[in-house]
Design a protein around this ligand. Sequence first.
Ligand SMILES: [Zn+2]
Length: 356
Amino acid sequence: MERKCTIIVAVLLMTALPGLVLAQGSTMEELGSKAAKAAMDQLGVEKGDQNLLILTSAGYAIADGQTTQAAIKGLTEESGNSIGDGNLFQVLRPYWKPVWFFFFDKASGEAVYMEAESNATEKSLDELKALPADKVFSKISKANVDMDYLGNHTEEGNATFNRMAFNGNEFALVSISNVWARGGSFDFIQETCFHDHLCPGVTSGLFLAKYVEKRLPINNTTAESYKVIACPNWCKDDLLQIRWDATPGKSSMFVMALTNAEKKAVPNIAGIYIRWNDTSKSGDALALGFNFSAVELPSWNGPAWGSMIYQDIVLMEYADKPETFISTIKEFEVDAQTLAMLQNAGMHPLKVAGVM
Ligand SMILES: [Zn+2]
């Protein structure tokens, strides 16, 4: 009897769901396709143009109760851009924020931002198809956001930023696009998309990772992993979570803030990095310092909000020279008991490590 019921339920689901899933997918897919079509028209690019980058919150945003990943399918079909080609990335946003699409042409520096109307996907597929883009998207705006261009167009850059041309996503989208256009690697761009934007703090995470990987390389991929005592925390830690799969939930990262007085007591302190062997229950640790002012970076003449993005670009030259900014404050061995003390809320990791 129970089996019969299961079969009936399964058959009912099979008949009811495909249509439902298809209908939802199609509307969302049409939204992505419509965005790509309108933006490509405005930018004057054809399908398959390798200069085009697409960034989107689709997949993270939930619109009208529907998940939005199908919009990515529409984007890809219309533009040819894909994750596999390294020219389409999903930028992390909380699910309640709107679904948006950003198109950047690295040949011209021009970009188009489009944000979906809150009720766009409540319409039927035919209704949505028939509507012009300005009735589907509450915001469609275009601006030149290439950093070389902005360096000579301060007022124009300030207008883009102050009028919130990309609805508050200006810094995030302009930073990621410019580093992508200058050869930022797929893994790095993906990590910055998890962080929301590309700032020198994320770049410092890449440098710290490279510094640790050189001194404490992973030799045994089954037994060894990195553990991070992120004390103090900053943007670097979001990159490390992705690059090393060092997530707090799996006890690979412990995040603790420092007071200003504590930061002063251990100048430039950038956390404790441990290569842990889970078989021998032992590890090697480095307490590291990161000095952001180790190098005097060239000055930026464009809009003030772009200075950090300019630094991102200049810093790319140091990707293979992390020791320019990083120093080892202390190197020490860790056993299971010390590791537990470094992670414990009742202890102070910098005191346990003996650096404070
Ligand atoms: Zn940041």
